[in-house]
Write a new protein. Structure first.
Length: 280
């Protein structure tokens, strides 16, 4: 009795690679190109989702302008996405990504900021021979996104993914300062006003007074507030008409700091932040 012959590797490979149904290949009305099977309704819905950055709510008119879709038909797309919990509508009528999508959009936005900021981050680290870092806001937590460390034996260190305290780290304070008050309160509540050193600000009123000053200057300072012997200056990355969700910083041991160097570092980190923001 003959055994059934196993399919050859070539046959198996062909069956895996065939992506177009047989009925489509046999149809004389259209070819097998991508355009023949493109669903415009799904394409319009995805165009709508791609309008959002995970943070800024948009009105019907704004979405229409970005997608070039008429408001009458666009409204039906929005209602469908809302019913499927991909969008949520606020009381003022604006739309925002639902929580199930926000994190993915934030990761994409963070990757873009990281790529744009890389030259400035490297310049700061190489020019001053000190540690330069980049941070990004994910929901209500601020994380280190990228870092370039100096080769000094005595240096400040950082680590990608590290969660930054919003009340005593320079980048944490800068990003928190530019959030709406309820969001800032939530960030401080999540972390807590816990003292890290004897210099840590734990008084909420004093902290918000510093936040106000940060909004005026764009610069935040950590003078041995998160770690003894460490000084850090951070600048908010403020793209035009977009919320502040990122910051760049330079850190140094206090033994290498004087007034002239402090002025130089603050100016450099602020300039770096402006260059990054102009490209976002």
């Amino acid at each position: 009795m003959k055994k059934a012959k196993a399919p050859s590797a070539t046959t198996a490979k062909k069956s895996v690679r065939r992506r177009v149904p047989k009925w489509a290949l046999q149809s004389s009305d259209s070819g097998a190109g991508d355009d023949a099977y493109y669903l415009r309704s799904i394409g319009r819905a995805l165009d709508v989702l791609n309008c959002f950055d995970g943070q800024t709510p948009l009105s019907l008119k704004e979405i229409s302008g970005r997608t070039k879709q008429p408001e009458s038909s666009l409204f039906r797309v929005l209602r469908t996405l809302e019913s499927r919990e991909y969008l949520v509508q606020d009381r003022d009528g604006t739309y925002q990504l639902a929580p199930r999508l926000v994190f993915g959009w934030l990761v994409r936005a963070a990757d873009h900021v990281k790529e744009v900021a890389r030259p400035e981050l490297e310049w700061l680290a190489n020019h001053f021979n000190e540690t330069a870092s980049l941070a990004f806001l994910f929901d209500d937590r601020i994380h280190v996104l990228d870092c370039r460390e100096t080769f000094h034996e005595i240096r400040m260190t950082n680590k990608k993914g590290r969660f930054l305290p919003p009340h005593c780290s320079a980048m944490g304070k800068v990003i928190t300062a530019f959030q709406e008050r309820p969001a800032a309160d939530q960030m401080l509540e999540v972390y807590g006003l816990n003292p890290r050193t004897e210099h840590t600000i734990v008084d909420r009123k004093r902290l918000y007074a510093e936040f106000e000053e940060i909004r005026k200057t764009g610069i935040g300072c950590d003078r041995e507030e998160s770690i003894r012997g460490g000084i850090c200056f951070a600048a908010a990355i403020q793209p035009k008409d977009k919320p502040v969700v990122a910051a760049i910083s330079i850190s140094t041991p206090s033994i290498r700091m004087d007034k002239a160097r402090e002025t130089e570092l603050q100016a450099a980190v602020l300039e770096a932040a402006k260059k990054i923001a102009s490209k976002l």
